[in-house]
Write a protein that binds this ligand. Structure first.
Ligand SMILES: Nc1ncnc2c1ncn2[C@@H]1O[C@H](COP(=O)(O)OP(=O)(O)O)[C@@H](O)[C@H]1O
Ligand SMILES: [Mg+2]
Length: 295
């Protein structure tokens, strides 16, 4: 029902503005090949390749400073790679014309590391920013209605729309950032460490919201995280960044079968084990409930 409402609003927005691009139906909305990123003498990525499947939540992990954020910035065209090619939703990012860039940027939403809302704008006004940028023809009234709707979709109460970022808790700021990322009904969602700095309960709630939105809105999610609970709870696959490359992509059991030292230490260290136990417990809890429901 929620996504139907979103669809109606955006249909109205589109008839007030230009027509929307057709939705991407290929298998891999993000394809990175042979990516190299250098900053002076520092080589961050070298011949890195990665394919993200349509409809999945892909977790991206790696030690601090391994280039997770730089990879995301390369994919969304904010960081011009030293070498390599990147395709997003079937369009080349690396040799795109400026005109087609504008179109494609309206088809993804980004929650940057740290959130970065405009501090002098209310939550609703923050969400209106991309709407103004990409659909300047939409009436003020409709734009405000869409913004209010996105704020509610992100699990914030109605009152939050008129609050300033400084009046919000950490978790609410993340939700406001998420509402802004969803402003244009994106096909792709990029989240850079969305649960960093949240308490475990707030982080788990944000994870559930991400999964729910991905499922109901049919999003493909590129999710950078340090949070092992997030990986277990909501990611379909996990990509591991190490040695300047994506050294492995797969489900957690598939990754555990590899004997790469970083992967073993990460997933089999005390924190990895604790996350796995929590996950196993909540899964068996869910199954108990299912059994009762069926009986
Ligand atoms: N614009 C930049 N100029 C120079 N160095 C950068 C720039 N952006 C990132 N780096 C460097 O690239 C490396 C990877 O950074 P980053 O992608 O932010 O790591 P993380 O995996 O923690 O997100 C770091 O050593 C960082 O200092
Ligand atoms: Mg980072």
């Amino acid at each position: 029902m929620g996504s139907q409402r979103a669809g109606e609003l955006m249909d109205r927005a589109e008839s007030e503005a230009h027509s929307a691009p057709p939705e991407f139906t290929g298998e891999f909305p993000i394809v990175v090949e042979g990516l190299t990123n250098r900053f002076g003498p520092q080589v961050v990525h070298e011949d890195l390749s990665l394919k993200v499947k349509r409809g999945e939540i892909l977790g991206v992990v790696g030690g601090s400073g391994t280039g997770k954020s730089v990879l995301m910035r390369s994919i969304i065209g904010l960081q011009i790679p030293s070498e390599g090619s990147i395709e997003v939703l079937g369009d080349s990012i690396t040799d795109a014309e400026e005109d087609s860039d504008i179109d494609i940027r309206s088809r993804w939403g980004v929650l940057f590391q740290g959130g970065a809302l405009f501090s002098t704008l209310t939550v609703a006004e923050n969400v209106e920013v991309p709407l103004k940028q990409f659909y300047p023809e939409i009436s003020d009234e409709l734009r405000q209605e869409i913004a209010r709707y996105k704020v509610r979709l992100s699990g914030l109460p109605e009152e939050a729309t008129s609050k300033y970022p400084s009046e919000l808790s950490g978790g609410m700021k993340k939700r406001a950032g998420l509402a802004r990322a969803l402003a244009l009904d994106p096909e792709l969602l990029f989240l850079d460490e969305p649960t960093a700095g949240l308490d475990p309960i707030g982080a788990a709630a944000f994870d559930r919201l991400t999964r729910e939105l991905a499922d109901t809105l049919g999003l493909t999610v590129f999710l950078i995280t340090h949070d092992l609970d997030t990986l277990y709870a909501i990611c379909d696959r996990v990509a591991v960044l190490a040695d300047k490359k994506v050294i492995a992509v797969g489900t957690i059991p598939e990754l555990l079968a590899l004997d790469h030292p970083w992967i073993q230490v990460y997933f089999n260290g005390p924190r990895g084990r604790a996350a796995e136990e929590t996950h196993t417990r909540s899964m068996s809890g869910a199954m108990d409930k299912d059994n009762k429901g069926g009986a």
